[in-house]
Design a binder for this molecule. Structure first.
Ligand code: PLP
Length: 391
């Protein structure tokens, strides 16, 4: 089965062209320019032992496989595997581990990832150490002979702390450890971890890759041949595949990823600057601001600074005022869609994190998070201004 690489593109094809075309060919039966939704469970075989490479739809589906080739090319990786959710994708990566193995994880990792590691995988004699991966000395101290994976998110949610991916990859590889990067928050337009040395990239396609808040999915992009072989085997063996319809939606989403990300970044920057200059706002978290402690790393590692930002209005009451008063910003969890979302990490996305741990991570009660969409930014600023006036 053809699973990876760039279909009909030259090796010099640039990013936007890859997003639009990689992994897709006109449908062989009709010439349809868009890969059809192959909504089928099985494929008729011509004769015993004679088929077209498709036997059963958990194992092979043309819509899903087109998406997998597309995102593998977008992330500059060798092969992709699409799953029913971002968590299913992370679960598949975890099957690279065996009892007794150890993993070092960004302390401020996505809540669902922490829950999977802490509540499920520790039952299988796997151990996890959570460290601030922006501090590579701390990472080095956490490594053990049994460490197999360094699992990193950058920037982190919602305090926007960065990890130097190239340095993390070098450190991991010196210790024969794989670097796995959850690239959901940034998107591959902003950074491509494999080009910086990562071995595996995972995405919740629910966020920027699909981009339209109408699908839940995940993808793993791998680089090492032994990982590719195992992940393909596990995708079929465990069966948590992405459906044909969701594959179609994400494939449509990736066509516009570059222009969406340009607008998300422009709006993110404009909102961060607006908030930084507002008297009711105590602090703004955005890697594109020169006041961000890792602004230099962000400028080096990221292509634009993305659509995610957070700000602190000092107290839960003030935060509630803002959240109750916004009209164009939708109060919701999730991120990466074309509509601007606003949320309160302490009581929403991070409510399962114990208060003392939240404090240590810098997630305050007055913190508000924004996933800036692609609306006209003047409308977003006006909405925030009238909401902040209520404090
Ligand atoms: C949403 C998210 C996930 C989980 O993805 P689902 O599609 O919700 O299962 C993992 N990591 C990050 C950074 C996320 O934002």
């Amino acid at each position: 089965m053809y699973r990876s690489g760039i279909v009909k593109l030259t090796s010099r094809a640039r990013f936007s062209t890859i997003c639009l075309h990689a992994g897709q060919e006109p449908d062989p039966s009709t010439g349809a320019i868009i890969v059809p939704i192959y909504q089928t469970s099985t494929y008729v075989q011509e004769a015993l032992g004679k088929h077209k490479g498709y036997e059963y739809a958990r194992t092979q589906n043309p819509t899903r496989m087109a998406l997998e080739r597309n995102i593998a090319a977008i992330e500059s990786g060798k092969a992709g595997f699409a799953f029913a959710s971002g968590m299913a994708a992370i679960g598949a990566i975890a099957t690279l581990l065996k009892a007794g193995d150890h993993v070092v994880v960004s302390d401020n990792t996505y809540g669902g990832t922490f829950r999977l590691f802490d509540k499920v995988l520790t039952r299988y004699q796997l151990t996890f150490t959570y460290v601030d991966t922006s501090d590579l000395d701390a990472v080095a101290r956490a490594l053990r002979p049994s460490t197999r994976i360094l699992f990193v998110e950058t920037p982190t949610n919602p305090v926007m702390r960065l990890t130097d991916l190239r340095a993390a990859a070098d450190l991991a590889h010196r210790h024969d450890v794989r670097l796995v990067v959850d690239n959901t928050f940034a998107s591959p337009y902003i950074q491509r971890p494999i080009l910086l040395g990562a071995d595996i990239v995972i995405h919740s396609t629910t966020k920027y890759l699909n981009g339209h808040s109408d699908s839940v999915g995940g993808i793993v992009v791998a680089q090492r041949d032994e990982d590719i072989e195992w992940l393909g085997f596990v995708q079929n063996a465990e069966g948590a595949i992405l459906s044909p319809f969701d594959s179609f939606l994400v494939l449509r989403g990736t066509k516009t990823l570059p222009i969406r990300m340009q607008q998300h970044s422009a709006n993110g920057m404009a909102l961060a600057e607006f908030l930084a200059g507002h008297p009711k706002v105590e602090k703004v978290y955005y890697p594109g601001l020169r006041t961000h402690p890792q602004y230099d790393l962000a400028s080096r590692q990221m292509n634009g600074f993305g659509g995610m930002l957070a700000f602190d209005v000092g107290s839960i009451d003030a935060a509630r005022r803002v959240l109750d008063s916004v009209r164009l910003h939708s109060l919701a969890e999730s991120l990466g869609g074309v509509e601007t979302l606003i949320s309160h990490p302490a009581t929403m996305t991070h409510s399962s994190v114990p208060p003392d741990r939240r404090k240590a991570l810098g997630i305050t009660d007055g913190m508000v998070r924004i996933s800036s969409g692609i609306e006209d930014v003047e409308d977003l600023k006006e909405d925030l201004a009238q909401a902040l006036d209520r404090i």
